[in-house]
Write a protein that binds this ligand. Structure first.
Ligand code: FES
Length: 269
């Protein structure tokens, strides 16, 4: 059992949970995630580990309400216990001083990408951050990202905050006056796919952190299968980060929406 020691709502749909998990806190590296099951009947939910406090033995998770299980997780309160937290899972992010680096994030992917941006900054990179949200109300991790970024740009789809439009338009504009050696993108599949198409012709090394359907998180179930460079990979053990220019985004999109009708039905229960 893992006790929730802090709970904050970052937006009406997004909860931050700080959870006691000393073994994970001790071993976690940037880019890794865990799988959470809040009770014995619950679905297993993969969540990025946003931060750790090794002294306190806690990890920080961010949950966005998307369906039945995430809603229940986000409704838990301080003092409640989560049945199990499995992790740290996945390959750590490869961090080095690339030179001019950018983190491009969207929606809940901004929370997942925040530790990666921090890792890039700690590795000595000049960091440009470009983040986008549907609307001002959904903005998260702005202060944290501003604090670690050399350049910071924000957009909303409806123009209620920052630039009105898409992060890819900002990235294209940024590239007209700056060079980038490395881009890391985390967010919705269409956004990551579009980022890959901006950087591909310029030959900028680009990584994306994928969040496909996951069940066991150990490479056994095949749920998180993705195609990268024509080869089958499992995001839970080979990823979650892959070369954006080699990912088959069409297949990823198809597989990610495979259970959408069941998810909608369950969310309405
Ligand atoms: S989650 Fe089952 S193989 Fe990756």
């Amino acid at each position: 059992m893992a006790k929730i020691v802090e709970k904050r709502m970052l937006t009406p749909q997004t909860a931050l949970l700080r959870v006691e998990a000393p073994h994970i806190a001790k071993r976690r590296k940037y880019g890794q995630f865990c799988i959470v099951r809040w009770n014995e009947h619950a679905e297993r939910v993969p969540l990025s580990i946003i931060d750790v406090d090794r002294g306190a033995g806690t990890i920080t998770l961010v949950v966005q309400v998307l369906g039945h299980s995430s809603r229940h997780l986000a409704e838990l309160e301080e003092g409640d216990e989560i049945l199990d937290v499995l992790g740290p899972l996945g390959q750590p992010t490869h961090l080095e001083n690339f030179g001019q680096a950018a983190f491009v994030g969207g929606g809940i992917g901004v929370a997942c990408g925040y530790p990666l941006g921090r890792g890039l900054k700690e590795a000595g990179n000049h960091l440009a951050t470009i983040v986008g949200f549907r609307t001002k109300e959904l903005v998260i991790f702005e202060d944290e990202l501003r604090a670690i970024s050399d350049d910071f740009m924000i957009a909303t789809d409806d123009g209620s905050y920052g630039t009105h439009g898409l992060v890819t338009a900002i990235l294209e504009e940024y590239l007209q006056s700056h060079t980038l050696d490395f881009v890391l993108s985390v967010g919705p599949i269409p956004m990551m796919s579009a980022v890959a198409e901006v950087t591909r012709p310029l030959g900028i090394k680009t990584m994306v952190s994928l969040n496909p359907i996951m069940v066991d998180g150990t490479g056994m179930c095949g749920g998180c299968r993705v195609e990268v460079g024509g080869e089958t990979k499992f995001a839970c053990v080979d990823g979650p980060e892959f070369d954006a220019h080699l990912v088959n985004f069409d297949l990823l999109r198809q597989r990610s929406s495979m259970y959408r009708p069941q998810e909608i039905a369950k969310a309405e229960e």
